[in-house]
Design a protein around this ligand. Structure first.
Ligand SMILES: *[C@@H]1O[C@H](CO)[C@@H](O)[C@H](O)[C@H]1NC(C)=O
Ligand SMILES: *[C@@H]1O[C@H](CO)[C@@H](O)[C@H](O)[C@H]1NC(C)=O
Ligand SMILES: *[C@@H]1O[C@H](CO)[C@@H](O)[C@H](O)[C@H]1NC(C)=O
Ligand SMILES: *[C@@H]1O[C@H](CO)[C@@H](O)[C@H](O)[C@H]1NC(C)=O
Ligand SMILES: *[C@@H]1O[C@H](CO)[C@@H](O)[C@H](O)[C@H]1NC(C)=O
Ligand SMILES: *[C@@H]1O[C@H](CO)[C@@H](O)[C@H](O)[C@H]1NC(C)=O
Ligand SMILES: *[C@@H]1O[C@H](CO)[C@@H](O)[C@H](O)[C@H]1NC(C)=O
Length: 922
């Protein structure tokens, strides 16, 4: 068949359900035309699918048109994906079938993998050219499309014959695990069938395939007990709702006339946890004095044999369905079971049908999925943007490399010479695991964005584009950068000082880009005087940077990183003035702040003033109240340490200024004030920040804290986290302020380091009692901030929390533990949030404020939870936007609320004595 034709249309096939059967999609892979089969199913050709080739096959006795063609794919390292449209929060059955038919005339039986999104679904092993292999899943759609991908050809070429999608109504196949697990079909048996034909559409309105128990297969329904007899009826069967087994399936059964029904069968996919249901209906005529009572006997499961089935009684009548089952049970690969009659029963057991599914755990996919999907959105017609599925799993896109973590990060992007135009996609700066970026040989314009967040970046190739603007000094913030190629662009200005010493830099062919002059002299002097201190600090600082990187290190990158020698870092500390604490003169500060004219805040450590430097840079100057920094040297050592702590979620420390009796710290100015002001301060009046924004702020803050806790040795404990210490910048991204100061203040002020510091309402009760400070004290405070984000309430209030309750922790615990989360949600969110993401945060916040530190999670665990909540919220927001035309917001919400009100383990939380939470520490 003319396979090359296909390459004419480089358009991904977005397949919609056909209208003939609502909620059905039947894709005839490799077929050329649409048609309706004998069953009345409408088949759609995948003619417009952009990858692979088609082939015709001919198999004896297989006349169904959909099995006369296949689509096959190269046996390479890529994946090939179909993307199917679905309705979010709806259950579906998806079935893929494969009839090899020697399509490649090679007689090599193919073996390859099929995946749903990032989840490995099944390994397809062909063992006979004329036998149809089939695999089936039931899933709850969590977004508006699903990708089915073929990959990893071990032998032969991957191929596919059909792909069928069937939408369920109502709640059948609901399981409490459906958000984390798919149901993968192992057996769906119609007992007592009169022939080998299976029963499906139109008898089954959902087109499930009920296999006849007369079909002979190896190790499938063998060891049948003697005396097993088929029975059937023409009477209608009451199956209640039409989602249950079709009547035709229930009208036949097997009976163990000699007292037992026994079967043995291999269960594909098992051992594992599964879902199993048996369908019974009494279809024989029993005399009034007769009875049919029996038990299930499963070797190794004595408990199951306790229940006695009496179909007629259980179903409350004859010809009515009774369907006992187990929603989570551990099953072996080889299952033997027996139904045995009880001693007082006159008739043997009877069974009509049975279904067994295995729980298949969903893979959450790469953490960069959302970001990268935004990046490719603007290039959706390009071939490289259409590979489909997860960017990293089960195998990465051809232009992407990922690390091997459970939730991988993208580490390399290779988009050289892909005809990209426009700006460098800003989303790329959010790929925080990126090590190599190749964008050379495109037509990119505009400035080089700020890659500060991609702290692992080592190699950047931007050459041969039309980029303009300066080389950003933020490139100096990339500790691992060693190769920067920007030649043949239109860049201008001066090269940030120190950059060419630090990295291999090629900037030729940028006519207006020059090497800059050295910096001012006074900085060198400061460095000179604190060189001793700096050398002492080097060990600490070096381990700070390397510890942090080491955590994310991927084996493949080991070698690359080792080429950044410690030696170079040390020498750059000595030589590069830009990296030491900058000393501002009093004159500069007075000029910038117009003699401390504008006060913008005050906190435990001093008053903060607004300033603007001569070069236009806006600053915040904190005048410390503590006068006790005796030695100038001591102070400058401490601030030198401060100036080493760089993270994009920590407010940037720019330098210090010290004169007799007055110490000042200079920070970047944050335009949008504190989180506190946004939640219940003056800034709230305009427009309250929405839930997703709040989650993003929480994520930012958690990242900053995570860096303090895990990125530095020794770890830095903030000690005074609160919503007024979380600042918001121009772009509404958050940064943590006042880190490292507690240490500074306490150690500098006296040698009594056991003074409890912190703010009422945020203070870890355990720390208050034991005076033992750990990182878990910060986690406690962060938990309080999460509660503030949810509720828009202050941590301590005399009015808001009702009688006898002054603090948010007690109040929120009471509500959350009783399942009444709505009772604490900030009304100004106007219901615009997904209840699942809210629950995630509520539960995590409660664990953060556990009375004992060892019961609290680490900040990294909290961060992960916030990120999960963000993913949920983004997905739901996207869906909400998609369907908001058709439905009102309220109805969307109520449908999303289904089944998510599960507060796992909340009853374990210990009560917190209120008196503990109210110390007046300062
Ligand atoms: C086949 O059906 C699909 C979906 O119903 C439609 O988009 C496509 O144009 C049809 N193709 C032909 C050749 O009729
Ligand atoms: C394939 O797409 C083209 C236009 O993109 C359309 O004209 C044609 O009908 C499609 N063919 C099938 C079989 O869907
Ligand atoms: C095909 O069908 C014919 C007649 O129905 C039968 O004799 C033959 O054995 C079948 N062949 C296969 C391969 O099933
Ligand atoms: C590819 O298949 C082989 C054999 O089935 C398996 O061992 C390997 O893990 C698979 N690779 C991936 C990336 O799934
Ligand atoms: C599912 O529900 C929809 C709408 O209520 C209805 O149109 C459709 O026929 C139902 N499908 C089945 C198979 O019951
Ligand atoms: C029925 O069971 C009895 C005892 O369990 C056995 O002796 C007899 O052979 C069985 N009958 C048949 C037909 O298998
Ligand atoms: C089923 O039960 C087991 C053990 O009781 C549990 O570990 C598992 O999470 C449950 N659910 C699934 C889907 O396996």
């Amino acid at each position: 068949m003319g396979s090359r034709l296909l390459l004419l249309f480089f358009l991904l096939l977005f397949v919609h359900a056909s209208s003939a059967q609502p909620g059905f999609l039947s894709l005839d892979c490799g077929g050329a035309v649409n048609f309706t089969d004998d069953l009345g199913l409408s088949w759609t050709s995948d003619f417009n699918f952009s990858y692979g080739a088609v082939a015709s096959i001919s198999v004896a006795n297989e006349t169904r048109k959909q099995y006369t063609t296949v689509r096959h794919f190269p046996a390479d390292s890529r994946k090939y994906c179909y993307r199917l449209d679905v309705t979010s929060r709806t259950r579906y059955l998806i079935r893929a079938t494969f009839l090899y038919g020697n399509f490649d005339s090679n007689n090599v039986y193919p073996k390859f993998d099929i995946s749903v999104g990032p989840t490995h679904w099944s390994t397809i092993v062909i063992s006979d050219a004329n036998t149809i292999e089939s695999t089936e899943l039931i899933f709850l759609a969590s977004s508006s499309s699903i990708s089915v991908c073929l990959s990893n050809a071990t032998t032969g070429q991957p191929f596919i014959s059909t792909l069928e999608l069937r939408q369920f109504n109502g709640s059948v196949y609901y399981t409490e695990f459906e958000n984390q697990f798919y149901l993968s079909l192992s057996a769906r048996i119609n007992f007592g069938a009169d022939n080998e034909a299976s029963i499906r559409y139109p008898d089954d309105p959902y087109d499930r395939i009920w296999e006849s128990d007369s079909v002979k297969k190896a190790n499938y329904l063998v060891d049948v007990a003697a005396g097993t007899k088929k029975v059937s009826t023409d009477m209608p069967i009451d199956v209640n709702i039409d989602e249950r087994p079709p009547e035709r399936v229930m009208q036949t059964a097997v009976v163990g006339t000699n007292g037992s029904l026994t079967y043995r069968l291999n269960l594909d996919g098992f051992p594992g946890f599964g879902w199993a249901v048996t369908y019974f209906a009494e279809i024989e005529d029993l005399d009034p004095e007769e009875s049919r009572k029996f038990r299930l006997v499963l070797p190794g499961y004595p408990d199951m044999s306790k229940a006695v089935v009496n179909i007629e009684e259980n179903a409350q009548g004859k010809y009515r369905l009774y369907e006992p089952g187990y929603t989570n049970l551990s099953l072996p690969f080889v299952l033997s079971f027996r139904f045995g009659k009880t001693s007082d029963s006159s008739r043997g057991p009877l069974v009509n049908a049975m279904e067994i599914h295995k729980y298949l755990e969903k893979n959450d996919g790469t953490l960069d999925g959302y970001v990268i999907s935004r990046v490719i959105l603007s290039h959706s017609t390009e071939d490289w943007a259409q590979e489909g599925g997860d960017p990293c799993l089960p195998v990465p896109w051809s232009w992407v490399q990922c690390n091997s973590e459970a939730r991988p990060r993208i580490v390399k992007l290779s988009l050289s010479s892909k005809n990209l135009s426009g700006n460098v996609p800003s989303g790329l700066t959010m790929l925080t695991g990126l090590v190599e970026l190749w964008l050379d040989g495109n037509s990119l314009t505009g400035p080089i964005p700020d890659f500060t967040g991609c702290t692992d970046l080592e190699i950047i190739h931007l050459e041969n584009n039309q980029l303009t603007g300066e080389l950003p000094s933020s490139l100096l913030n990339l500790p691992n950068l060693r190769e920067l190629y920007v030649q043949n662009n239109l860049l201008s200005g001066t090269i940030p000082s120190g950059l060419s010493r630090k990295v291999a830099l090629n900037y030729s062919g940028n006519i207006n880009l020059h090497e800059g002059a050295r910096r001012g002299r006074h900085i060198d002097i400061i460095i000179g005087s604190s060189v001793g201190a700096a050398v002492l600090l080097i060990t600490t600082i070096v381990s700070c940077l390397f510890m942090h990187k080491g955590k994310k290190r991927h084996p493949d990158q080991e070698q690359l990183r080792d080429s950044l020698p410690v030696q170079r870092l040390v020498s750059s500390l000595r030589n590069a003035p830009g990296e030491a604490a900058h000393c501002f003169t009093t004159f500069e500060i007075e000029g910038a702040t117009k003699k401390f004219e504008k006060k913008i805040g005050s906190g435990g450590f001093g008053v903060v003033y607004y300033g603007k430097m001569k070069d236009g840079r806006e600053i915040a100057v904190k005048v410390l109240t503590s006068n006790s920094y005796q030695g100038k040297r001591e102070f400058s050592n401490e601030v030198t340490l401060l100036s080493r702590i760089h993270h994009r979620n920590l407010v940037q420390f720019l330098g210090f200024c010290q004169e007799v009796g007055k110490s000042m710290l200079v920070y970047e100015f944050m335009h949008n004030g504190t989180l506190k002001e946004h939640l219940y301060g003056p800034l709230k009046r305009g427009k309250s920040i929405n839930w997703i924004k709040r989650l993003e702020i929480a994520e930012d803050a958690a990242k900053g804290i995570e860096y303090l806790h895990t990125g530095c040795v020794p770890a830095i404990i903030h000690r005074d986290l609160k919503s007024s210490n979380i600042l918001v910048d121009k772009n509404m991204r958050a940064k943590v302020a006042d880190f490292g100061l507690s240490k500074l203040a306490v150690d500098g002020a006296s040698h009594v380091s056991s003074i409890v510091r912190g703010t009422v309402g945020y203070l870890d009760p355990e720390y208050y009692i034991s005076q033992q400070l750990t990182d878990k004290s910060d986690v406690y405070s962060f938990g309080v901030i999460l509660l503030e984000l949810m509720s828009g309430q202050e941590a301590i209030s005399n009015e808001s929390f009702g009688v006898n309750c002054r603090n948010i922790v007690q109040w929120a615990k009471l509500h959350i533990e009783s399942g009444n989360i709505q009772g604490i949600i900030d009304p100004s969110l106007c219901g615009e949030y997904d209840i699942q993401s809210m629950w995630k945060i509520a539960e995590k916040a409660l664990t953060c404020v556990q009375p004992h530190g060892h019961m609290r999670p680490s900040i990294s665990e909290v961060l992960k939870e916030i990120q999960d909540a963000i993913l949920i919220e983004r997905e739901v927001t996207a869906v909400r936007e998609d369907i908001s035309d058709e439905m009102s917001r309220n109805s969307v919400h109520s449908s999303l609320n289904l089944g998510s009100l599960d507060l796992g383990g909340a009853e374990n939380y210990l009560a917190l004595d209120e008196s503990l939470a109210q110390p007046t520490a300062r």
